[in-house]
Design a protein around this ligand. Structure first.
Ligand code: ZN
Length: 383
């Protein structure tokens, strides 16, 4: 949801200055004016208002050889917080996150099996209240963001359909806003992950990205600079073999031979990919299962790349933490099989945010919508 309308130049300049301070770490008024091409007077005025609000702070002056000392400014990261809630099939993660995207409190609950909307709301509201009690004046919680592996209409905060739980047309933001009294953002989980990656990794900022969320289920999203994220949630349903029946009704989908749900069933306890990886160190059959699943992921990526032509593929989600031998096998298989006309030096990287990508990306959705509006500024820059 858009809570602030950015409708005048001063607001726009305020955001540009705030984002410059946030991304540079430390920067003086003169450097900001130079960086953004603003005049010193209006830069100074906006900086004063940000100081007054308490969202930035001045550090000790740096003595220069000549002239007046320069005063570095930086983001006051604990002035505001957001609460991020990542609702997964196996776990629900909640975190109190500051303006720098740092997790100050983090909790994880097992997701009840086939939960109702009310059950999930009750859990979120209880934890949110406990976070609200823990922060002190003048700190403030600005809002909540929720990410979920579902079809989502983020402009209204509605969960349109959640396949596994048969949730349809749930006005989730509306319900949560009513009980928490805070603005609520609802985002698809892969969109949140890709936003998190873009926020924290300077190297992906100007790249065409394909992001794979490799977890219990498999999904993907595509992002080109200055564009809205194109969510190709059906990456997990690219057909890669002809044997297994998929929950979608099809046969041979990637999910049936590479998802966390599939892989974990081979671990001795039947519920953990991490365990399977440990066991695979001394069990050739289990290693083969993992290697084959990686090959299938590579095959599906090659098909995807022929259409969307990314510069970089990012592998995120819990299974992206697989041992290096599997990750290397993924890269080698991709490079070995991908036709040269398709593989224009596409790099495959693990998510920078590792298995925290979900929760941090969820927080970024709120930081962006409620504070920084950075994706809006980027879209303006590309117009
Ligand atoms: Zn399928």
């Amino acid at each position: 949801m858009k809570f602030t309308r950015i409708n005048d130049v001063r607001q726009l300049n305020r955001l540009r200055i705030l984002n410059t301070i946030a991304t540079k770490g430390k920067i003086s008024r003169t450097q900001i004016a130079k960086e953004l091409g603003f005049n010193k007077v209006s830069t100074g005025e906006i900086v004063e208002s940000l100081l007054l609000e308490g969202i930035i702070e001045e550090l000790d002056p740096l003595q220069k050889k000549a002239g007046r000392p320069s005063i570095p400014l930086r983001l006051k990261k604990d002035r505001y917080f957001v609460i991020a809630i990542d609702i997964g099939l196996r776990n629900i993660r909640l975190a109190l996150v500051n303006l720098a995207g740092e997790l100050l409190r983090f909790e994880r609950f097992s997701t009840p099996s086939n939960p109702t909307v009310e059950e999930i709301l009750a859990l979120i509201i209880k934890t949110t209240r406990s976070y609200q009690k823990r922060i002190s004046e003048p700190q403030e919680i600005l809002g909540l963001s929720v990410s979920i592996g579902a079809e989502v209409e983020s402009s209204t905060g509605t969960i349109l359909s959640h396949q596994s739980w048969q949730w349809n047309d749930v006005p989730f933001a509306y319900a949560l806003e009513k009980y928490s009294g805070l603005p609520v953002i609802v985002e698809n989980n892969v969109v949140a992950m890709i936003r998190g990656e873009q926020w924290f990794s300077p190297t992906v900022a100007d790249k065409r990205l394909f992001y794979v969320n490799w977890g219990q289920h498999i999904s993907g999203a595509f992002l080109a600079p200055g564009r809205k994220i194109f969510r190709e949630a059906l990456f997990g349903h690219i057909v890669v073999c002809d044997s297994h029946r998929c929950r979608c009704g099809g046969t041979g989908c990637l999910e049936t031979v590479a998802s966390g749900e599939y892989l974990s069933s081979f671990s001795s306890q039947g519920n953990s990919v991490k365990k399977l990886c440990e066991e695979a160190q001394s069990d050739k059959n289990k290693r083969r299962i993992l290697m084959d699943s990686v090959t299938y992921i590579a095959d599906a990526l090659i098909s995807t790349c022929a259409i969307v032509r990314p510069d970089t593929i990012i592998i995120g989600g819990g299974i992206s933490l697989l041992d290096d031998i599997y990750f290397d096998h993924l890269v080698d298989t991709f490079n070995g099989k991908c036709p040269p006309i398709v593989n224009n030096n596409i790099s495959i990287e693990r998510s920078l945010l590792k298995d925290r990508g979900g929760i941090i990306g969820t927080a970024v959705a709120a930081l962006d919508e409620l504070v920084f509006h950075r994706s809006f500024l980027q879209q303006l820059n590309h117009q």
